[in-house]
Design a protein around this ligand. Sequence first.
Ligand code: GRG
Length: 284
Amino acid sequence: MSNFDLLYYLSQQKKLIDNSLRKYISFNSAYTKQISAAVKYALFPGGKRLRPILTLATADLCGLKAKEALPCACAIEFIHTYSLIHDDLPCMDNATYRRGRLSLHKKFGETLAILTGDLLLTKAFEIMVKNGITKKILPQNLLKAIRLIAHAAGVEGMLGGQVVDTCYPVKLITTNTIDYIHKYKTAALIKASVLTGAVLAGAHQKKISALAVYGEKIGLAFQIVDDIFDRDSTKTSYIRFYSIAECYEKAKQLVQKAKSKLYIFGRKAYILEQLANYVITRTE
Ligand code: GRG
């Protein structure tokens, strides 16, 4: 695998995912024109597509062709996109820009931004139920995947982390609070993205358990790197408690731990190793 080109791999997977995402947003009637435009703006050109890329990678690792896992991978990207739109709203992070362009509510107004987030969240589940079963995916495995994705997006996952991030009194925030926020707000959906591919493939429990640890560790490392990018030392950031060097060290250790869980897959885990490295070497 010495000639493996990670950036090329990421761009190819992004293309695959983008083509699939496009298929799910063709609900254009005279009455849905506005929200259709808003959904397109939110999804394209999009970001790194890290979560669906992880889903396709673990599906492949566990013996399921990546394209079989595309509906669930796209549904996860829909949920991620909804979370960014709502997070940017004036009542949350009040962000003017996202991915170098106006945030959705700045471009389309707050009402449409809230509704676009709601649309993406509900559509995600419609896609999984409607398109998730293929010849190679057993219905019970799809059901398990939907359940774990719903859990990761909900109050014991991303939404729960966001509640603490946005509503917890700032003066009570300790490193434990920040660990909690990171684990739920960010790592939960990344972990679910990793597990979804394996669950759809019907992987053995031993593999699922190893991937659960891998997913959570890279999810935490991802958020620490995000904190470093933000350099925001005021609220719920690692930077508030640790130096940049300490943050990098923590992220590196998490990635090391994540990769150490992959030994049961042998050389086939090469792509997941590279994706773990990417979480801390990425520049955006
Ligand atoms: C609104 C319920 C609700 C939750 C929002 C995830 C989240 C919770 C808010 C996003 C705030 C944020 C910027 C968190 C940092 C980690 C993160 C999710 C960064 C953005 O993810 P990337 O870098 O985005 O994967 P791209 O643009 O590549 O898709």
